[in-house]
Design a protein around this ligand. Structure first.
Ligand SMILES: [Zn+2]
Length: 433
């Protein structure tokens, strides 16, 4: 299959035709259509006038729920949701059932991703056996497996024991792995329900202090510096966390960080209606924190956007606040949210979007074929985005199995029109195919 993408706007602002054939980008510039170029097989022409072409997006933080929680999502449904959102690669978190803490489970997830065929599914391995925080999982066996795991995380829970964290950092250093920490001091957040601040006192919900996140990040950047290993901080949500990461980077510590679309968009004010759609871990923070994570993403202190796409079945959200599960979906709305919050506002350019949503996450995950520039010879992983589109988020219309999106009923700015994965269109005219 050959695709000729006509008059797309590249991240640097130039307009070009992009030709894709046999899984690769073969030319970027003026397409030779109708001028005697050898065309073999079927040709699909995509009119991309007014559309922005980006390298396929890479998510560093996705929950695909399989094995074990297939009523929330499967590798196949999550892969389709990812494609719908413009992604060509996702990292699948390890808090499945069974936990992805052995070579066997990560290989199973990797195979399911291959079979689905919509994105590269890169399994994340657990740091500890059963996410229990006691004994180191088989990190080397997962790294050597066919899934070639490079990112390890107990996400969902924090690696709270500093000795285990130190050992994990030492272990992955040998093969270029990274420990992705869910920074949440467990004692400081026992029973916590929302961000500690004015709104939590008004609503009478148990407070989740910023320091519970910041104290773990401070400890772990020091540990990473001491060991000389790579550390990644999941879903940074507070102004203090941004300051600590900025300090650590200034000292040359190999730390990277992510922020979610929802922490860039929403504040703890959203919790006032007690709607569990806004219940998430870490919690939605204050307006000051939101301003700080936006600034941190724009200036490179926060390296990447991670969706923390966390699908839940209706019964886990359609209940009282205190009983509801933590988490929000995000794969299909991440790019419009980043466009609206960071690009329309003038905080970032399209080249910055490529850095935080494609090349940056690929570098953290050590994914060779993803996050590559739009250039001849590169793998044909591409996204076409229409900044002028306006659409209402209807959860039932989305590709994800779950409906727990915090932007339900909101108008989005911009939409993914097409996605190409290894030279095949996975989305055309806004529809997953
Ligand atoms: Zn987490």
């Amino acid at each position: 299959m050959r695709y000729v993408i006509k008059e797309a706007c590249l991240p640097d602002g130039q307009t070009a035709d992009i030709v894709i054939q046999r899984g690769k980008i073969v030319s970027v510039g003026r397409a030779a259509s109708g001028q005697g170029g050898t065309v073999t097989g079927e040709v699909t022409v995509v009119d991309a006038a007014g559309l922005v072409a980006l390298p396929g997006l890479v998510d560093i933080h996705t929950h695909l729920r399989e094995p074990g929680q297939e009523d929330s999502e499967t590798v196949a449904s999550g892969s389709r949701a990812a494609a719908a959102g413009g992604y060509s690669c996702v990292h699948a978190m390890a808090n499945t059932n069974p936990v992805a803490d052995t070579a066997g489970v990560v290989e199973q997830v990797w195979r399911l991703g291959r079979e689905a065929g919509y994105v590269d599914v890169r399994p994340v391995g657990a740091v500890s056996v059963g996410l229990e925080g006691k004994q180191l999982a088989e990190l080397a066996a997962m790294a050597r497996s066919v899934a070639r795991v490079r990112v390890f995380s107990d996400d969902g829970v924090c690696v709270a024991d500093p000795v285990l964290m130190r050992r994990a950092l030492e272990y992955v250093k040998g093969f270029g792995g990274v420990i992705a920490q869910h920074a949440q001091e467990p004692r400081l957040t026992e029973g916590a329900q929302m961000h500690e601040g004015l709104v939590s006192s008004e609503l009478g919900l148990a407070p989740w202090p910023a320091v519970a996140e910041e104290s773990i990040i401070a400890r772990d950047v020091l540990l990473a510096g001491h060991v000389g290993a790579r550390l990644h901080i999941c879903h940074v949500s507070t102004a203090g966390s941004v300051e600590i990461i900025r300090w650590a980077k200034g000292r040359g510590i190999a730390v990277t960080a992510e922020v979610t679309p929802h922490h860039l968009l929403l504040t703890d004010d959203s919790v006032r209606g007690y709607d569990p759609l806004f219940k998430v871990n870490p919690p939605l923070r204050s307006a000051q924190d939101v301003a700080a994570v936006r600034a941190g993403l724009a200036d490179g202190t926060i390296d990447v956007v991670g969706t923390d796409h966390a699908p839940h079945p209706a019964e886990s959200k359609d209940c009282e606040w205190a009983a509801a599960a933590f988490g929000m979906t995000g794969l299909e709305t991440a790019l419009p949210v980043i466009y609206q919050v960071m690009v329309e506002s003038g905080l970032m350019t399209w080249a910055d979007v490529v850095r935080v949503m494609s090349s940056g996450p690929a570098a953290i995950g050590r994914v060779a074929d993803q996050g590559r520039p739009i250039a001849p010879g590169e793998p044909a992983n591409l996204t076409l985005f229409d900044p002028s589109a306006r659409w209402l988020v209807v959860p039932e219309d989305m590709a994800t199995t779950s409906a727990n999106t915090p932007v339900a009923g909101r108008q989005m700015h911009g939409r993914t029109v097409a996605t190409f994965y290894r030279g095949r269109a996975t989305v055309l005219q806004g529809k997953v195919i």
